[in-house]
Design a protein. Structure first.
Length: 574
């Protein structure tokens, strides 16, 4: 038996290509133009989230072709397919946002089903917008076949009259327009220049945060996640990923060899160090669940607490993803964290080498100020902080990158849903010092844990970003800035304290101590709980109804199944 046959006989695709009983199956492959040799090679799924919904995804089809060339060049047979993605920039601020977080599960599930149904042996996954990145990584560790993740790349920054802008500025411009500080003509001109190319939102919002995670967790090739979408260099990364995934098949290096608890801690560290999106505290536990590892919001917060904030990236800082790539990329960020003891260097990666081995030849660039040395950080603690208290016994999260005041206390102003709060903000029907409470927006209660960027950006555009606070059992966009606390748990829909708060209750948030409390006693909360009744969700059927029945709490990643801890047979070994 030759090496190729021996390899094929231990792979899932043997069930569809090998032996006399599979002659009907092979006839289908001949119908698609495959040769006998290609049919008996490893089958590599090349999955992308390509669509025409937004610029985040528009370049993925082109990049997938480069991946396929790499797979074929190294003795694999590529099998391309696509899955959905819901782009938050388009879904934001209306009922479309209900679909955003559930799309993460649909992406992971659909990739799993396609791979299972056709017996593919390995996976290269390409993703562009927020939920598609964790969704694709979740599928990789769930299937546990050799896999490489590819980010489609970030958008180039826009230019408005000589000023660098991003889509964050557009959302904040809506707030400025509402108070008359930006004319309709200026708003019209601005929207035409804010997003000049293909690619995902350019600052350290959720897409670039999870792209940074993909390299730090070991599932993406070094430097590959930082190159902007329009750069032709992306094709060479894609070609290399296609070649390398076939090597991983031969070496039998799988995602769960790579995504260990230490790797998850590395991922949380780069989020903190880059002032990344609070959504990472939702996605890292979900990825961990697929590995059978307990790594919840509190575990993420512990890493945040001990990691310095070193990358001066928007929305809290000055630079965008393109800038970091051009001074050394994500490896530059990882290098300084590793050198100063904030990363585990012994974690395996898709290069077949460890983090430390990958970083060995990375030189520190002292002629830039995008990424500071970890011993001279912007602040000694991470740009994201976990909170806990009687408002959030199951935890909450806040991004403090770029904020000066990280303690706030004021009377609650309660809204059951984002729309009611947005109307109040739009009409300036709130007071300086208020703590705006948006509830019934959690994973189950929304359902789908909507982001509140339209509301927070409007506040910032009105010049009130640091004069009020906002808490929610929903989420915030990675583009959100200001004193905004999300993921408050337990959520209101299951009787959590956030649903029992009344207007005028005093809420105190202390991001130094990591606390969020209300001046309501346990006895009073218990009394209010007796009078509380569950609310019906907005949907009585369809995908969102189904999601609401299955989804768990935000503290564990808002997942919809037990994960690898309950797995009976691994697909990769079937």
């Amino acid at each position: 038996m030759d090496a190729k046959t021996d390899l094929k006989n231990r792979l899932p695709s043997r069930h569809v290509t090998e032996g006399p009983a599979r002659a009907p199956h092979r006839s289908y492959y001949y119908a698609m133009g495959l040769t006998k040799e290609q049919i008996h090679q490893p089958f590599v799924g090349v999955a992308s989230c390509w669509n025409e919904a937004a610029p985040c995804n528009i370049s993925l089809m082109r990049q997938a072709q480069a991946v396929k060339k790499g797979v074929a060049a190294n003795g694999g047979t590529p099998r391309e397919f696509v899955t959905i993605t819901v782009t938050d920039g388009i879904a934001m601020g209306h009922a479309g946002m209900y679909a955003s977080l559930p799309s993460r599960e649909v992406i992971a599930d659909s990739v799993e089903l396609t791979m299972r149904g056709h017996g593919y042996d390995a996976l290269v996954g390409l993703a562009g917008c927020d939920k598609s990145l964790p969704g694709m990584m979740m599928a990789m560790v769930r299937l546990n076949v050799p896999s490489i993740f590819i980010y489609g790349g970030s958008i180039l920054p826009g230019n408005f009259r000589g000023q660098t802008i991003t889509v964050q500025d557009m959302f904040e411009a809506v707030g400025r327009h509402s108070v008359g500080s930006l004319s309709s003509e200026d708003l019209d001109e601005m929207e035409q220049v804010a997003c000049p190319s293909a690619g995902a939102c350019g600052a350290q919002f959720t897409a670039n945060t999870m792209a940074t995670v993909s390299e730090a967790i070991g599932l993406a090739l070094p430097y590959s996640a930082g190159a902007p979408a329009p750069y032709e260099l992306r094709d060479s990364f894609c070609m290399t990923a296609g070649e390398m995934v076939v090597e991983l098949v031969k070496m039998n290096i799988r995602p769960r060899d790579i995504v260990t608890r230490k790797a998850l801690e590395n991922a949380a560290a780069v989020v903190a160090a880059s002032g990344g999106s609070t959504n990472a505290a939702l996605h890292l536990p979900a990825i961990a669940n697929e590995c059978g590892i307990k790594f919840d919001l509190f575990d993420v917060a512990e890493v945040f607490k001990r990691t310095p904030y070193v990358a001066d990236l928007k929305p809290g800082g000055r630079y965008v993803a393109k800038d970091m790539f051009e001074v050394g990329g994500i490896p530059l960020l990882m290098k300084t964290l590793l050198d100063h003891g904030f990363l585990h260097g012994d974690c395996m990666t898709v290069t077949g080498r460890t983090i430390a081995e990958n970083m060995a030849k990375v030189k520190w660039n002292d002629k830039q100020d995008v990424v500071l040395s970890a011993d001279k950080p912007l602040s000694p603690n991470g740009g994201v902080v976990g909170l806990k208290g009687n408002v959030a016994p199951d935890g909450a999260i806040v991004k403090i990158a770029g904020m000066k005041n990280i303690v706030f206390s004021g009377p609650a102003r309660c809204f059951d849903g984002e729309e009611a709060c947005f109307e109040a903000v739009k009409n300036k029907d709130y007071k300086v010092g208020d703590v705006l409470v948006i509830r019934y927006e959690g994973p189950r209660g929304g359902p789908g844990m909507r982001e509140m960027l339209s509301t927070t950006a409007a506040l910032y555009g009105q010049g009130m970003g640091d004069k009020v606070a906002l808490i929610t059992d929903g989420r915030f966009s990675g583009a959100t800035r200001g004193f905004c606390i999300g993921h408050v748990g337990p959520e209101a829909a299951v009787g959590g304290p956030i649903g029992l708060i009344k207007d005028g209750d005093i809420i105190t948030i202390d991001a130094i101590k990591g606390t969020i409390d209300c001046n309501v006693s346990a006895d009073e909360f218990a009394k209010r709980k007796k009078d509380w009744k569950p609310r019906e969700i907005h949907f009585g059927s369809g995908a969102l109804w189904k999601y609401a029945q299955q989804v768990g709490p935000a503290v564990n990643g808002a997942v919809t199944h037990p994960g690898a801890s309950a797995e009976k047979v691994s697909y990769a070994d079937s």
